[in-house]
Write a protein that binds this ligand. Structure first.
Ligand code: AMP
Ligand code: MG
Length: 344
C-alpha cells in the first residue's frame, strides 16, 4: 500500500464533492465522493436516500482516515511504531485492532509459506521507493537485514494482546494488508447505515455491495503496460478485488526496474514471472494480502494454492503478457479479442 505523508500528497486535499444524482427509481439515488487517502484516490459510491447516503459515505471516510493513521509506517506515535521501537526488548501491549491484524498477517504467512511476511519491513529502509535518487542496496546490506526477516520472529501473548520480536532488528509493516482492512471497515460502516448497494474503491482495490441497479458491477482489468483495459469482470454481493502489480510503485536504476513487492526469502523485489495479480474473494483483507503473496509465489505455486483453497479466484498476467484465470471466474470475465486466456 502506498501510504503517503500529508505534505507529500501530490493532490491538494480537496474533497471532490461529486454528488452525482442519478435517478434509479423511487427515492434511491446514486451518491459518490472521492478523496485522496491511502496513497491513492478513494471513491465511495452508494445508492440510497440522500441523508442516509451522505452520512454513510462520511462515516466510511472517517473510518478510512482512522485506519490510515493507525497503520501509517511514517507516524512514530502509533502502536505499530512503538512495537517496532520496543518489540525486540520486551512484549508490547497493542490495541486489539493492531494486535488482530498482525495476528491475521502471520496466519497468511503460514498459509503462503512466508510469501506474505510483514517482517519484510527490516529491509524497508534499503528499498525506499520514495527516494528520488534511489540506489539499490548492495548484496551485503541485504544479507545483513535478511537475518531479521521471518514471520516466525513475531511472538504473541494472546491473553494480554501483547506482541514482541525475536531479536532487536525485527520490524513489521502492514502496507500489504492495511488497504484491504480499510476497505473492509469502510464497507462495514456503509452497511451499518443501511446501505445495501454501492462500493468502496481504493485505487482499484474494491469491495462492492449488492448490485448496480439490478445488474452486477463491472470492473476493468488494467493492462500492466499502459493505462488501457484488457478486459472486464463482474462483481456483486460482497465481492472484493485487489491487485498487486510490478508497475504500481517502482524506481529505475541503470535501466533496471526495482518494484515494491519484496520476496522475503531473497530480500529483493519478487521475480516470479508475474507482473500483475488480481485476487477476487469475499474478504478485502484476504484479497489484498493474497495478491501480494501470489505476486511473490508465481504461477505454479499460486495455481496449486487456489485449487486447494476454495473461494479465492485470480487473474494473473505474466511478463510475456499471457493471462491465466481461475476456472471459477469463467463467464464472469471478458477479455478483448487480441488476448489469449488460459483457465485453470
Ligand atoms: P500491494 O500493493 O498490496 O501488493 O502491497 C505492497 C506493499 O506491501 C508494499 O509497498 C509493502 O509495504 C508491502 N510488502 C512488500 N512486500 C511484502 C511481502 N512480501 N509481504 C507483505 N507485505 C509486503
Ligand atoms: Mg496487497
Amino acid at each position: 500500500m502506498k501510504f503517503v505523508n500529508g505534505h507529500k500528497i501530490i493532490y491538494t486535499y480537496i474533497q471532490i464533492m461529486l454528488l452525482l444524482l442519478i435517478l434509479t427509481g423511487c427515492n434511491s439515488k446514486k451518491f459518490s465522493l472521492s478523496k485522496p487517502l491511502l496513497g491513492t484516490i478513494v471513491n465511495i459510491t452508494v445508492y440510497g436516500e440522500r441523508k442516509t447516503a451522505v452520512e454513510a459515505i462520511n462515516t466510511a471516510f472517517t473510518e478510512i482516515e482512522r485506519i490510515q493513521s493507525l497503520f501509517s509506517p511514517y507516524d512514530n506515535k502509533t502502536d505499530l511504531a512503538m512495537l517496532n521501537r520496543e518489540g525486540g526488548q520486551s512484549m508490547v501491549k497493542l490495541v486489539p485492532e493492531v494486535f488482530d491484524l498482525i495476528k491475521q498477517s502471520v496466519e497468511i504467512s503460514n498459509a503462503t509459506e512466508g510469501a506474505f511476511d510483514i517482517t519484510f519491513a527490516s529491509l524497508s529502509k534499503l528499498w525506499d521507493f520514495r527516494l528520488e535518487n534511489f540506489v539499490p542496496p548492495s548484496s551485503h546490506e541485504i544479507k545483513e537485514k535478511l537475518k531479521y526477516v521471518g514471520y516466525k520472529n513475531i511472538l504473541f501473548h494472546d491473553a494480554t494482546s501483547e506482541v514482541g520480536f525475536r531479536g532487536k532488528g525485527v520490524r513489521a509493516d502492514l502496507g500489504g494488508i492495511a488497504k484491504g482492512y480499510a476497505i473492509l471497515k469502510a464497507v462495514e460502516a456503509l452497511q451499518k447505515h443501511g446501505i445495501s448497494s454501492g462500493f468502496v474503491n481504493a485505487g482499484g482495490d474494491i469491495q462492492v455491495l449488492g448490485k448496480n441497479a439490478g445488474k452486477s458491477w463491472v470492473v476493468g482489468i488494467k493492462n500492466p503496460s499502459d493505462n488501457g483495459i484488457i478486459g472486464t469482470f463482474a462483481l456483486s454481493g460482497t465481492d472484493s478485488v485487489a491487485t498487486s502489480g510490478a508497475y504500481e510503485r517502482y524506481r529505475e536504476y541503470n535501466g533496471k526496474r526495482y518494484h515494491h513487492i519484496i520476496d522475503p526469502k531473497s530480500g529483493y523485489p519478487a521475480d516470479s514471472g508475474l507482473i500483475s495479480v488480481s485476487v477476487i474473494c469475499s474478504d478485502p483483507v484476504l484479497a489484498d494480502a493474497y495478491a501480494t503473496a501470489f505476486f511473490v509465489m508465481g504461477l505454479s505455486r499460486t495455481s496449486k494454492f487456489i485449487t486447494e483453497n476454495s473461494g479465492i479466484s485470480v487473474i494473473l498476467i505474466d511478463d510475456k503478457e499471457k493471462i491465466f484465470v481461475s476456472k471459477a471466474l469463467e463467464g464472469r470475465v471478458e477479455f478483448k479479442k487480441q488476448y489469449t486466456v488460459q483457465y485453470f
